[in-house]
Design a protein around this ligand. Sequence first.
Ligand code: GRF
Length: 212
Amino acid sequence: MVKMPTMRSIVILISGRGSNMEAIVRAAQTENWPVSIAAVISNRSDSPGLDFARQQGIATAVVANRDYSSREQFDEALRTSIDGFSPDLVVLAGFLRILTTPFVDHYAGRLLNIHPSLLPSFPGMATHRQALAAGVKLHGATVHFVTPDLDHGPIVAQAAVPVLDTDSEDTLAARVLEQEHRIFPRAVRWFIEGKLSLNAGRVRIDASAEQV
Ligand code: GRF
């Protein structure tokens, strides 16, 4: 008898363009993942990524941070919205908000983020500018589990790109983004397939997981 894979459900959070979300949705479709993309949620109603999600027939929601007077209140509203979809995994795909500890703890071990640098180098914003200023020869992207310590959670996958003498922030960002679109869908797929987990703060990736 053929064992059917367990169907998982994910919610993806975005703040803007949503190209990482799009890469995940397209990979799920073309590779036929056992997944339901339950919703795409943005903290901005004008996120272009919401249009793509709607076109794909994915439920969308907006929880606008400007409607809340405190970080705590916003995170609580966001949590209520997310939990309405009962996801197994929450994916931060260009979600540009610092999250409170209670929020992060609520999703411990099932909250993934993509960060446009080779962590632990260059946490925070303007990572490509930071990389150019530091004069590094390699830059890149990191997928990690989210912990309360901003941009310092356990690392799941990384991809490096060269930094060229001729690079501007834009050319470097484009080179890194290409890698984000490659490693983030891979990592999400590992989780969906039960091949990626976080145990006592350590990342475990099954030996059968297709490498990035
Ligand atoms: C990506 O570079 C992501 O790593 C960073 O913000 C950018 C968002 O791009 N946090 P997109 O919305 O996924 O197109």
